[in-house]
Design a protein around this ligand. Structure first.
Ligand SMILES: Nc1ncnc2c1ncn2[C@@H]1O[C@H](COP(=O)(O)OP(=O)(O)OP(=O)(O)O)[C@@H](O)[C@H]1O
Ligand SMILES: [Mg+2]
Length: 335
């Protein structure tokens, strides 16, 4: 008898993860690197590299980030890269799977991609997933946390921040809102601000991301942030305390506004419940003080309560796994 395996996948802009019914989980950066030329190919001995391997060989490969803007770009290369990442997650996540075993997978994707790319995503899974369910990522987060009563999920990712009102049913389009202000946007703001103040320092995407993840904050007080950066190869210490906070606020403020908007346009009988049940998820929810900053912005509207999920890295794929094991047959797409 063939076995059935279940898997929950969080297909993110910067990072994707899988949690399986056999208790395994792993994640990988959502990028694929193709060798730049024949020499690179000879050295790497592969047609492509995935995730961290691709990034470690950044100089020898052309990097493709297929979900850069919260949707999969409609070109062959982006679609192929997405399929390679999904296949890799299934293969590594379910090593015990035999040829004729079945895989049922729920895939959480950015809210926009769940609408725009649904059909393409289903087609991509052919050959390694037998039944698939495409869900919007914030809903998977709600599912992971058993939050089916009125609550507002705010998933602050790399490419997009997705907000979704949950009220006991599957969400409708008017319950969702997507902002481009997310992790990548903040990286660009920090880069601009540092260059404006210290024009000659040398910055890379990796340096900026490390600074942001280690020191980023929106609280009102903080220890001074001094970082060592190179200017023409010479390391020197720079104070970025104030500019870092201003950049981080340029991420937090539009999110607070969007929260107010989704609360304010909800059925008035339930607005209070919604305001008291706001859940932040995604890597951006780790930004120091962001929960309090959003709470503070709600004071003028009668206050609210904002919490961060416990497990920002895996709560999307955990929720998707739970859905894959509980969803009745009519919700699935057979491939
Ligand atoms: N401590 C931190 N402070 C601020 N930002 C952080 C922190 N840790 C991670 N991030 C940022 O969170 C983002 C990644 O979050 P996540 O993994 O949820 O995104 P994603 O799911 O790949 O993207 P999306 O949801 O847009 O598809 C990156 O921009 C990363 O730099
Ligand atoms: Mg995400």
């Amino acid at each position: 008898m063939p076995d059935i395996y279940y898997a929950g996948i969080d297909l993110g802009t910067s990072r994707s993860s899988i949690t399986t019914s056999t208790g395994k989980r792993l994640s990988v950066e959502t990028c694929v690197g193709y060798p730049k030329d024949v020499i690179a190919k000879k050295r790497l001995q592969k047609d492509y590299l995935l995730g961290g391997d691709a990034l470690d060989n950044r100089l020898a490969v052309n990097l493709v980030w297929p979900l850069a803007e919260g949707v999969i770009r409609d070109d062959e290369q982006a679609l192929q890269a997405t399929a390679l990442i999904l296949r890799h997650l299934i293969e590594v996540g379910l090593p015990e799977k035999q040829e004729d075993d079945q895989v049922y997978a729920a895939i959480g994707v950015p809210a926009q991609a769940s609408i725009v790319n649904k059909k393409a995503l289903i087609d991509l899974c052919e050959g390694f997933i037998d039944k698939v369910l495409i869900v919007s990522e914030p809903f998977a987060v709600a599912y992971a946390n058993d939050r089916f009563d009125e609550c507002l999920i705010v998933d602050i990712g790399a490419g997009t921040t997705d907000l979704c009102r949950i009220h006991g049913t599957l969400p409708e389009p008017e319950d969702q809102l997507t902002l481009k202000t997310a992790g990548n946007f903040l990286d660009a703001e920090i880069t601009k601000a540092i260059h404006a103040k210290y024009p000659d320092v040398q910055l890379s995407a990796r340096i900026i991301r490390t600074i942001k993840e280690k020191y980023g904050y929106v609280s009102e007080t903080a220890d001074p942030v001094k970082v060592t950066l190179n200017t023409q190869g010479i390391p020197q210490e720079y104070d970025i305390t104030q500019l870092l906070r201003e950049c981080c606020l340029s991420l937090a403020n539009p999110i607070s506004k969007a929260v107010q908007q989704l609360v304010g346009s909800f059925d008035p009988d339930f607005q209070e419940r919604l305001r008291q049940n706001i859940l932040l998820a995604g890597g951006g929810s780790r930004l120091k003080g962001i929960d309090l900053a959003i709470e503070k912005s709600l004071q003028a509207y009668g206050g609210g309560r904002v919490e961060c999920v416990q497990d920002a890295e895996y709560c999307g794929s955990t929720g998707a796994l739970k859905m894959s094991m509980e969803m009745p047959a009519e919700y699935w797409e057979r491939i």
